[in-house]
Design a protein around this ligand. Structure first.
Ligand code: BG6
Length: 461
């Protein structure tokens, strides 16, 4: 095999998440999640209808098949299976995912299932959510049902999507709590939940693979001033390595732990917790990459605001501050575009953990326009994705073991905090933030482009 080619069974895929794409937020017994009840600013869509994938999944999967997808990464809504997060199983919810998975299998598309993507059941939130250790047991019970009911057909699992963003940008993601200390306690419980889910998956579906899916962005120092290097190392530790060190090695990253201690926000760890965490061995690392991040040393007397999101790093008082990278352009929504940073991040993750990697998100949010003739010319998306796949190829030639690539998103859906106008899909959905219209599906120019990428196994970009 030439070093510049992808493996023959490379999983060319695309991603979505339940609460952003499905809609039908209260149908067929589904309970409310924290995403269904969060405050939504004026002018931005709620999550009630989304792209109505719940009703249109057959039509959508037909399009995914035409696109040539080998894999489809989607998440299961915990509240469809357990409307209250625990208690009685909702068989109608099970049936929906049975049908979805069967449809994928019928079209020879490998299901890649995220167990939990930001949508904690609201009933559990009312009891303290992830601050309450009993949520871990409820999660495990939910996982058990998924493994038992879907494990015959689902062999690729992802435990928790972007645990690091739930902790670092809880406002944007919809999981806010009162204090940073509480967030880091939740973090510890999420680590335990992921570890126990990993072990349970291995026990119940011995031929399945499972791994975590944090959002990993390599952190650059603003300059070669050693103070900036220290700042970047600290940011790398608390944003990236904390999550992967725990998932792979089962230990707290020492720089991240020191950061928590200095801020007096370190979590309480009960006897036996670390044994559980270190007993879990993921089969791969799934990670989401959108851009790199640049930071510099923390300046004295600077008060940081709270305007950050997944890719906009504001900083941590006393430790580092986010800065721009003058070598990079910005997307319509202010995220830096850094294809080389993708290779840098892939190399670093591979070098640190020596595990196969599957990319579970990568993409560009943009204002797509439908032309008068009905076409959508999203050349900026083709440009973004082709430059990232080129770097993915180079990472493969560097020796990084990449087994799949699932850009965000298969089809237009609602962004975490910027509504429907921030589109990511290969397939356009005809609706706006404030107007549902007919929800018609339209193939974008990038659809035809990605079709060629897949059929040529990444040769034609
Ligand atoms: C990731 C999430 O943070 O990035 C997705 O896993 C999200 O749920 C995606 O949609 C893009 O971010 P945003 O904020 O533009 O929707």
């Amino acid at each position: 095999m030439s070093k510049h080619t992808f493996k023959k069974d490379f999983l060319w895929g695309a991603s979505t998440s339940a609460y952003q794409v499905e809609g039908a937020y209260n149908l067929d017994g589904k309970g409310l999640s924290i995403q269904d009840v969060k405050d939504i600013p004026d002018g931005i869509s709620d999550f009630k209808v989304c792209s109505d994938h719940y009703h249109k999944f057959k039509e959508d999967i037909k399009l995914f098949s035409e696109l040539g997808l080998k894999g489809y990464r989607f998440s299961i809504a915990w509240t469809r299976i357990f409307p209250n997060g625990e208690g009685e199983i909702n068989e109608k919810g099970i049936l929906f995912y049975h049908n979805l998975i069967d449809e994928l299998v019928k079209h020879h598309i490998t299901p890649i299932v995220t167990i939990y993507h930001f949508d904690l059941p609201y009933e559990l939130e009312k009891k303290g959510g992830w601050s309450n250790r009993s949520t871990i047991d409820a999660f495990l019970n939910y996982c058990k049902v998924l493994f038992e009911r879907f494990g015959d057909r689902v062999k690729h699992w992802v435990t928790i999507n972007e645990q690091n963003m739930m902790i670092l940008h809880s406002g944007a993601i919809g999981t806010s709590v009162n204090s940073q200390k509480e967030l880091y306690q939740q973090n510890h419980h999420l680590f335990l939940a992921a570890a126990r889910a990993t072990n349970l998956c291995h026990q119940l579906i011995p031929d399945a693979k499972i791994g975590p899916a944090p959002n990993i962005s390599y952190i650059y120092p603003k300059t070669c001033n050693p103070n900036d290097i220290i700042a970047a190392q600290t940011c790398n530790a608390i944003r990236n390595w904390l999550y992967l060190d725990m998932a792979v090695h089962g230990r707290y990253n020492n720089i991240a732990w020191d950061f928590m201690k200095k801020k007096k926000i370190e979590p309480a760890i009960l006897v036996g917790d670390m044994e559980i965490i270190s007993s879990a061995k993921p089969d791969y690392i799934a990670f989401n990459y959108y851009s790199s991040i640049t930071v510099k040393a923390y300046g004295e007397n600077i008060i940081l605001d709270d305007t950050g999101d997944q890719q906009i790093e504001v900083g941590e008082e006393g430790f580092f501050m986010g800065d721009d990278n003058e070598y990079l352009e910005l997307s319509d929504f202010g995220w830096e575009i850094d294809p080389l940073g993708f290779r840098v991040t892939l190399r670093e993750v591979s070098d640190r953990y020596h595990l196969p990697i599957i990319i579970t998100e990568n993409g560009i949010g943009a204002y797509d326009k439908v032309n008068l003739d009905g076409s959508i010319e999203d050349d900026y998306r083709i440009d973004y994705l082709s430059r990232h796949i080129e770097q993915l190829k180079l990472a493969v030639s560097d020796g990084v073991d990449v087994i799949g690539y699932c850009p965000w998103s298969a089809i237009d859906l609602i962004s975490t905090h910027q509504g429907f106008k921030k589109r990511y899909g290969f397939i356009y959905v005809n609706r706006e933030d404030n107007q549902l219209k007919d929800l018609k599906r339209i193939k974008k120019k990038s659809f035809y482009w990605y079709q060629k990428v897949i059929s040529s196994n990444g040769k034609e970009l």
